[in-house]
Design a binder for this molecule. Sequence first.
Ligand SMILES: Nc1nc2c(c(=O)[nH]1)N[C@H]1C(S)=C(S)[C@@H](COP(=O)(O)OP(=O)(O)OC[C@H]3O[C@@H](n4cnc5c(=O)[nH]c(N)nc54)[C@H](O)[C@@H]3O)O[C@H]1N2
Ligand SMILES: Nc1nc2c(c(=O)[nH]1)N[C@H]1C(S)=C(S)[C@@H](COP(=O)(O)OP(=O)(O)OC[C@H]3O[C@@H](n4cnc5c(=O)[nH]c(N)nc54)[C@H](O)[C@@H]3O)O[C@H]1N2
Ligand code: SF4
Ligand SMILES: [Mo]
Length: 727
Amino acid sequence: MTVEQRVTYCRICEPLCGLIATVENERLISLRPDPENPLSKGRCCPKGVAFTDVQNDPDRVLNPLRRRPDGGFDVVGWDDALDDIAARLAAIIGTHGGESVGQYFGNPAAFSYATGLWPGLFMARIGSKHLYSAGSQDINSRFVASKLLYGAVSQLPFPDLPRTDFLFMLGANPLVSHGSAVRAPRMKDDLSGIVRRGGRVVVVDPRRTETARAFEHLAVRPDSDAWLLLSMLQVIFDQGLDDATATEQQARGGATLRELCLPFTPESTEAHTGVPAAELRALARDFANAPTATAYGRTGACLGRHGTLVSFLLDALTLVTGNFDRPGGTLLSRGVIPLEEFAERADRLTYDTARSRIGGLPDVNGTFPAAVMAEEITTPGAGRMRALFVLAGNPVLSVPNGDALAEAIGELDLCVSFDFYVNETNKHADYVLPATTMLERHDLPIGFAACSPTVFVQGTEPVVAPYGEARPEWEVYRDIARRMGLSLFATGPLERVNGVLAWLDRRGLIRVTPRGMIEMLLRVGPHGDRFGLRRGGLNPKRLRENPHGIVVSEHAPAGLLGEVVRHSDKKVWLDPPQILDEVERLGAREPADPAFPLRLIGLRELRSQNSWMHNSPTLMRGNRRHRARINVVDARQAGLYDGDQVRITSPSGSIETEVLVTDEVQPGTIAVPHGWGHRGGWQLANSAPGASVNVLTSNSPGDLEVLAGMSVLNGVPVRIEPVAVPQ
Ligand SMILES: Nc1nc2c(c(=O)[nH]1)N[C@H]1C(S)=C(S)[C@@H](COP(=O)(O)OP(=O)(O)OC[C@H]3O[C@@H](n4cnc5c(=O)[nH]c(N)nc54)[C@H](O)[C@@H]3O)O[C@H]1N2
Ligand SMILES: Nc1nc2c(c(=O)[nH]1)N[C@H]1C(S)=C(S)[C@@H](COP(=O)(O)OP(=O)(O)OC[C@H]3O[C@@H](n4cnc5c(=O)[nH]c(N)nc54)[C@H](O)[C@@H]3O)O[C@H]1N2
Ligand code: SF4
Ligand SMILES: [Mo]
């Protein structure tokens, strides 16, 4: 017996906490926090440890599964599966063109560079026009705000937590979510540190969350943040608290922004936001007068009807107070591995260069709103989606009106999923292909890992060999392409020589792999060794010699504006026409429908990860189940008591679940977690009572946020009533 301790890091969520895996004969025995990881320093959360349950789950899919006509699945060999998929795909492309093939990229895929690269090449090669991702339920509004402000979709400005004196946090609950678009594995320490230094952490949230309770809470009405922020800016401009010199230096359009805010006095927005005018004035003053300050928002900022505007205003607030691109303020992100930077320079990260067939909504990074997927499948005519690849996603539970999507999948000519579970989505697919877990692949951090106040990089080798027949997604895409006689590199002018490239590839003469590509980027990146030209620079060997990770510099740099901003004048734009139009639309919002008096918001739980960790016995201990949080005033009015079954109805649908009466939410607000209501191949998850909150959210194109096509998942109007229990 050989028992080994292997150093790695967690890729379930964004802090990427250091982990130590105990492995015996290539089986994972346990996971524990890595005390030697310089960032997480022996900290990790229950999900990280419980990933052992996922890795070893008896319900895990370890062989390719092919759908039977009766709805069940047969185990098949890889060759049979891939031959059939390639043949069917070729036929679909032959008849309807590559544009009829779609792909949905789920959240976990964002944690694997290889899963981003090869499937991306494949879809580009066949000319897919149906790309979707979890981003339209998560962060695309933030990306669009960045496109408008900086000309760079991939830019994710983040708070300089270790140095700030004032963190204004809007719509985030990092003590539970562990932080998103800011990488801080010891988040609690970082936030407490601000207070210890004499600073403040103010949490703007409709719910008195775990984070709000630990710091200062400012309760707002759901989906009213745009008014709140416009008022803060109004006060700052009106009282001359803005830093005119910094604004002039860094931005254009300051005067337009000032004018835009004029009508939004705190007194005029108070009824909307529920925040007393005097309190708001004091807050705006304190933020502007703090030695350093940063405004940060996450999903609660992104998922309302004006998510792009809210994300935009958060950065604007930081900038006009002289806190942008400065230590202690908001810093600009720059990857140690410059994947996004290269894509930006190649103009590959687009916004509004194409519109969706359904709804005419703009592309963000080449992807369209996942909310329209169902209609893209069911609506006849040119450009209809005929085939769909689902990569590490469960959109039936995660996108609005998921039931419509579940039904639509049945109309596809081909649906293929890469997952390690049969989930609520791929149970309708033709094939479920067994994917490798995070512990079964090489990784280097990309994407939001760049949002790190400490510049840090860690690589990891696979901790265990793939279980069963599991394969990395990128290899499967490569093998499907080979079977179709396609070279993934024969794009653009090279398409003419596809035959030659495909021939070379089949004979193993093209040796490009995702790993080779990403390691090359590491070496040419801002801290790379430039293949020996820069002594002491990063290279794969150094990463292997330092498995716990390397602190590249204690603090992320300020002063990146000139490098990062892609507008031709190298200035931040505070006056884009899209934003001026959006502010106009604020005034044009139709009055609330009295039939739906409550506002629904989301909620994340410590021992859940979206929809996919409810099969872990460790995490499900203690009779965990789905519960809707409502205030005692609303409960009493509806005749509901703690533990009762409640029917929640929105204009889109109706669910039944259990009620938790709490003063965490104010009267008028109801908080319901997403990712429940299981009916997949995960037996423990299926047995937990609950419903999918996305039955209540709308996938109608007219109900999506206008600028980014974001699903509106917060502030949804609903009503509640008791479910009659038979006596
Ligand atoms: N109402 C409401 N809806 C929401 C949200 C909300 O706040 N409210 N939040 C939204 C957000 S922020 C997100 S990110 C989305 C998530 O939406 P999705 O990404 O569509 O769904 P997940 O629940 O994350 O499911 C991920 C799937 O990937 C599988 N998986 C896990 N790891 C891997 C891997 O390494 N490889 C492969 N191939 N598969 C893997 C899991 O088994 C699971 O089936 O949900 C969104 N939906
Ligand atoms: N334990 C756990 N951790 C996770 C996840 C998980 O499912 N479980 N999911 C991961 C993913 S995919 C993501 S994207 C991140 C998200 O990271 P966060 O955004 O930090 O996660 P949430 O806990 O959803 O925080 C959003 C907050 O916004 C509030 N909110 C809702 N509506 C409004 C509004 O209109 N205005 C304001 N101001 N606030 C509002 C909610 O009450 C909630 O507290 O978390 C990641 N981490
Ligand atoms: S917070 Fe938990 S789930 Fe997220 S990376 Fe760290 S250990 Fe993994
Ligand atoms: Mo997310």
